[in-house]
Design a binder for this molecule. Structure first.
Ligand code: FEO
Ligand code: CA
Ligand code: CA
Ligand code: CA
Length: 688
């Protein structure tokens, strides 16, 4: 019989309501099952997680704060990469951070840990080890996918794992440390947030808020030559002022070098005497081969150094350069694109090649930063030492192209890029090739900036208001964030100009439609602070995950599923603001077509005090993996002995692991399936 005709993809679920319950809510007809939580052993020999603060050996257990993740298929025998493998595969994921009330990672220690300096080595060792990456094998069984605890593919990467520095900064003087006199290596990766996967089957991870793990002495500016010294300008631009304390005090863990490296003060005569340059070795897109532990992990410096989130490839075409889209998640930071020097060869998708292929495409190319114009056009500006705005920049004297990529924020300042409302993830629509960016929120977006760290409203970041519930007067920033999208001119990955609009403005349903709820979100669609963003290659559906502080009085964080249109499908809406002196300012918001009940629905709500972040699926679209990050992260150390005061007990309260209804909360991966075995979130058979 002939195959049935494909039918268009539609949303295959009923919207779930907002929720404050300490559980994962999914639509009727779907099941969410926990498969991998903080502390779960990954080597077949480490004991089960007791979750009472006495566990050790965290380099053989799941890390904390599960974040971005990607799925990599295996063949049925589990011996080789199979991009179509749905029954068996690897999940590679980030462990971004750890829940802490003071210096110590509270839930990791029996008494909540030591919040004074010096920190005990035994506590520091646990806390370092629960950062980094995981790779775990999953297999589909009678009750769905489960982690294979003894798989030989399983591994942890921690902030101590040796890592190679590749690209323009390899061997540069900026990378020389006591650990690597030739500037070609560093140890580990940290604060890994968003992810990506490459056309050659490897994992990309972004290093985000890495600066805060390091400390610098109050006198360090003087030691380095004063406020105008190049390293001081750089350190300040990346958020490490002299005298800043480190997040966890790891530098006090003991005499060993693995502790000393977290203090980046200049103390010796030469770059190899201390860790003055250690911060230059963090802040990159990092590539790992999930299938091959013997391959070195590579920091791809050509893609720039900043607070990275995800890395998304533009549509891949034979004979054309590859584009990688990226964002810098901090208030007023920028949107970037890397374009490879090499043109794509389809032969490089051969499942046997993998990370050595990355050496071809990700170590040489052009790094661009975005400028958004009020008329709905935009430009990519190359960050090149040949650009006179960069070469002659008064604030910082760039030495060479390596210096430009290492100090990409300063180079982007020099060329006048557009300061955005905290770019989090980006994702590329698998059919249109349009590039979507979540701009999560920005408390510093002001009608009348009062300091140099604040930004005025502009067309690409057009909202600033005091209180979405009370009204729209005043100027407290972009509270709920928005999702911007762009289309490259000619749909070319190497284009230097584009058009753009805003797919969705986050808002609370019922808020002022003219000034706040610009996308007219209903109660089944409303959200705040978009963060994770992903398109299913199977269905073309858009998944939006939230990390919200502004709407958590009404609902826990959530995930929505949308069917977006394309750039320019909506309208231009003038936003009229009145300044303190009575004068008015009009900013034209470019609002995409308003969603309908058929094109945007809430699919999932998480437990208390979590963020929903990280998503991937099996190639057949029938198992969707989602990460629940830091349930119950609001913890007071004094309450550690009183579980009744924990705001969350998930997933123990869902029957997973030790502790039950009194369990310490744990970040965890859930797998979501449709009870009838169909595509998750979708009806129909054809990609959009
Ligand atoms: Fe780790 Fe920008 O969220
Ligand atoms: Ca994020
Ligand atoms: Ca976030
Ligand atoms: Ca978080």
């Amino acid at each position: 019989a002939p195959a049935p005709a494909p039918t268009p993809i539609t949303l295959g679920f009923e919207a779930v309501p907002k929720s404050l319950a300490d559980t994962v809510v999914v639509p009727a007809g779907y099941t969410a099952k926990v498969i991998y939580a903080l502390g779960d052993p990954i080597d077949g020999a480490t004991p089960a997680y007791k979750n009472d603060g006495t566990d050790t050996d965290f380099d053989k257990r799941a890390g904390d704060h599960h974040d971005g993740m990607e799925y990599f298929g295996l063949n049925a025998a589990g011996t080789a990469r199979d991009p179509a493998g749905s029954e068996r595969g690897l999940i590679a994921m980030n462990h971004e951070a750890t829940s802490h009330s003071g210096l110590a990672s509270t839930y990791l220690h029996a008494d909540g840990g030591t919040d004074t300096l010096p920190r005990p080595a035994a506590e520091v060792d646990r806390e370092i080890a629960i950062h980094g990456l995981s790779v775990v094998e999953v297999r589909r069984g009678a009750s769905g996918h489960a982690v294979q605890a003894a798989s030989g593919f399983n591994r942890r990467v921690t902030p101590l794992t040796p890592v190679q520095i590749l690209g323009p900064a390899r061997g540069n003087a900026l990378m020389v440390t006591r650990y690597s006199a030739d500037g070609t290596q560093t140890r580990g990766t940290i604060n890994n947030c968003g992810t990506g996967s490459t056309p050659w089957g490897t994992f990309l991870t972004g290093e985000e808020n890495w600066a805060g793990y390091f400390t610098r002495a109050a006198a360090d500016d003087t030691a380095r030559g004063g406020a105008t010294a190049r390293s001081v300008v750089s350190l300040r631009r990346y958020g490490r002022n002299a005298g800043a304390a480190s997040r966890h005090g790891w530098e006090t863990g003991g005499a060993g070098d693995v502790y000393a490296r977290w203090n980046i003060s200049q103390t010796g005569a030469a770059d190899t005497d201390d860790y003055r340059n250690e911060l230059n070795t963090f802040g990159y897109i990092v590539e790992m081969d999930p299938y091959d532990k013997t391959q070195a992990i590579r920091k791809r410096t050509a893609l720039g150094r900043f607070a990275h989130e995800s890395a998304s490839f533009g549509k891949v075409s034979a004979g054309k350069p590859l584009a990688v889209y990226m964002g810098d998640d901090s208030r007023g930071e920028y949107i970037y694109k890397f374009v490879s020097s090499a043109n794509w060869s389809a032969a490089d998708a051969d499942p046997a090649n993998r990370i050595t292929t990355g050496d071809k495409y990700l170590d040489a190319g052009k790094l661009y930063v975005a400028r958004f114009n009020a008329d709905g056009t935009g430009n990519w500006i190359e960050l090149s030492i040949a650009n006179l705005d960069i070469a002659n920049y008064a604030t910082y004297d760039f030495a060479d192209q390596a210096d430009v990529v290492v100090n990409a924020r300063l180079a982007a300042d020099a060329v006048g890029a557009t300061k955005m409302d905290r770019p989090e993830w980006c994702a590329v629509h698998p059919v249109t090739g349009e590039v979507y960016y979540t701009l999560t929120n920005n408390s510093n977006r002001k009608l009348e900036p009062a300091s140099s760290s604040q930004m005025a409203v502009d067309a690409a970041n057009p909202r600033s208001y005091t209180d979405a519930k009370a009204g729209v007067t005043g100027s407290a920033g972009n509270v709920h964030g928005h999702i911007l999208r762009l289309r490259e001119n000619g749909s070319e990955t190497a284009a230097t100009a584009f058009t753009w609009d805003v797919y969705l403005f986050g808002a609370e349903a019922g808020a002022d439609l003219a000034k706040v709820n610009l996308s007219a979100l209903t109660a089944d669609q409303d959200f705040s602070a978009p963060d994770g963003l992903w398109f299913s290659p199977k269905t073309g559906l858009c998944f939006i995950q939230t990390d919200d502080g502004a709407y958590t009085d009404v609902t826990n964080c959530m995930m929505l599923v949308g069917i977006p249109g394309s750039v320019g499908d909506g309208e231009v809406v003038p936003l009229n603001y009145t300044k303190g002196d009575g004068s008015t300012v009009t900013v034209n918001a470019r609002v995409g077509a308003k969603p309908t009940a058929s094109t945007l629905r809430r699919f999932l709500v998480g437990p208390v005090d979590c963020e929903i972040t990280g998503i991937c699926e099996t190639p057949d679209g029938r198992a969707l993996f989602v990460n629940i990050q830091h349930p119950g992260e609001t913890i007071v150390k004094a309450d550690i002995g009183d579980p009744g005061k924990y705001v969350s007990h998930w997933p123990g309260n869902a029957g997973y692991g030790a502790g039950g209804a009194n369990a310490r909360p744990r970040s965890a991966t859930v797998v979501i399936t449709r009870n009838d075995g169909g595509l998750v979130a979708a009806d129909g058979t054809a990609v959009l």
